[in-house]
Design a protein around this ligand. Structure first.
Ligand SMILES: [Zn+2]
Ligand SMILES: [Zn+2]
Length: 440
């Protein structure tokens, strides 16, 4: 059975951080002190129905109703939260205003909205059977600074598979494809945990085009702003300062390969909100997958609807006869197979906005805009089907095994926080508001 966690509907404008946290507190206090609250139940306690906390208001570290006990960690996280809000605002304030136009119905599945004056903007449909649409904006701010914004509406990854990728990053390199001629993740892991919502990623990306391979470090902090105006889970990432030898007492590993350089993320904010869209816009055509509908094909229809549309073993077989797609896409099991069941995307959709300010190791004028657009379209079209597939086949992946084992209780706590009916966002929700699906 699915469980829904609901959130208030927010305007896209809410992504912009409030002017001052104090103003927000004043607004939200009214929300939380409703007349039904008696003096006894309103007493401060560890309960989720808690008063606003100094500096935090109604924000909290992800997975925790209370701020970090250690004063230095608490201060660091509050500063980080402020950075997260400021950086996304800064990126938007210097991004040129570009008229939006959907890529739906375009022949190639994308629409270039701008490709001049140091700015690329493109809308991309990531999969023919999904409603999700991504908008990718790249803006060269100066010789060394680039802003990148990726907005995905109705992303079919779902919350739990996305959180599993964040929490188990060492599984990503094996799950995603390694295409020739495009950048891909060669290795990704958590090198250091400073606090339960506060980690250091170490990320290796393949060399490609004019860019050398990457050996990057990114500190990431995860926040739960469900009760704040954002109504979202918010992540903030930043690389340790260029030239720094240590980060919060942790010695920074040096770049060891001559083929690698370190990129410096000056700030990256990710805002994750619930969406009520369906990841794949199809229903199973029968109780279980039947024979592939392509004449002459001896395989059965793929149990993941996003791959064969419910009727074919893969979309290639549908279009070109028994000429099959890459192994991950085509399930070449011979028909009949009585045990076959549909693999349905049960983890819902999310809306994601990611804003990054980055310093690449080469000057921006060396990077052609047409190349940036080409890469953006290729990458989104290549990776998005794998993200939808992760939702459809989640239970069969090693990610699900890690979620099941839940070594340090990360997923249990996340579920607890998001399903807490006493929280302000849960109590103020209205019928029909988008809701996070968190099925664990
Ligand atoms: Zn077929
Ligand atoms: Zn096939």
């Amino acid at each position: 059975m699915m469980e829904f966690v609901q959130a208030r509907v927010h305007n896209p404008d809410d992504y912009k951080a409030p002017e001052s946290p104090r103003v927000m507190a004043a607004v939200d206090v009214e929300l939380i002190l409703e007349p039904t609250t008696t003096a006894a139940t309103a007493a401060p306690s560890s309960s989720s129905h808690r008063p606003s906390l100094p500096g935090w208001n109604f924000a909290r570290p992800l997975n925790n109703a209370t701020p970090p006990e250690d004063a230095a960690t608490n201060e660091h996280q509050l500063k980080t939260l402020e950075k997260a809000r400021t950086m996304i605002k800064t990126v938007w304030s210097r991004m040129p205003n570009i008229e939006q136009k959907s890529a739906a119905g375009t022949e190639k599945g994308y629409r270039v909205l701008r490709e001049r004056d140091g700015c690329v903007s493109v809308n991309i449909i990531g999969h023919p059977l999904c409603v999700a649409e991504a908008t990718f904006d790249v803006h060269f701010v100066d010789t060394w600074t680039t802003d990148i914004v990726l907005r995905a509406k109705d992303l079919g990854t779902g919350l739990l598979p996305l959180m599993a990728m964040l929490r188990e990053p060492d599984l990503i390199a094996d799950y995603l494809p390694h295409p020739a001629g495009l950048p891909f993740i060669e290795g990704l892991d958590i090198d250091k945990t400073f606090h339960e919502n506060d980690w250091m990623y170490h990320c290796f990306v393949s060399p490609f085009g004019p860019l050398p391979g990457a050996d990057d470090l990114h500190a990431i902090t995860l926040f739960d702003l469900m009760d704040e105006p954002e109504g979202a889970i918010v992540l903030y990432a930043e690389s340790p300062k260029e030239g720094a030898k240590e980060h919060r007492g942790w010695p920074i590993p040096k770049v060891t390969s001559w083929r690698r350089q370190r990129n410096f993320v000056l700030g990256a904010t990710t805002v994750i909100k619930p969406s009520s869209a369906r990841p794949v816009s199809l229903d199973p055509p029968s109780s279980k997958p039947a024979k592939c509908a392509s004449p002459g094909c001896r395989f059965h229809a793929n149990p993941a609807l996003s791959i064969g549309g419910g009727l074919h073993c893969c979309l290639k077989c549908k279009e070109k006869g028994p000429k099959h797609a890459a192994p991950a896409y085509c399930q070449k099991r011979e028909f009949p197979d009585d045990n076959i069941k549909w693999s349905l995307a049960e983890h819902g959709c999310i809306d994601v906005e990611l804003a990054v300010t980055i310093k690449f190791p080469i000057p921006t004028w060396l990077i052609p805009l047409a190349f940036v657009r080409w890469v953006a379209v290729k990458i989104i079209k290549l990776y998005y089907p794998y993200l939808v597939l992760l939702n459809e086949r989640f239970d069969e992946t090693p990610f699900a095994q890690r979620v099941e084992a839940d070594k340090d209780g990360f997923y249990a706590r996340l579920g607890q926080q998001l399903k807490d009916a006493k929280r302000s966002f849960a109590r103020t929700r209205e019928n029909g508001d988008p809701a996070f699906v968190f099925k664990k």
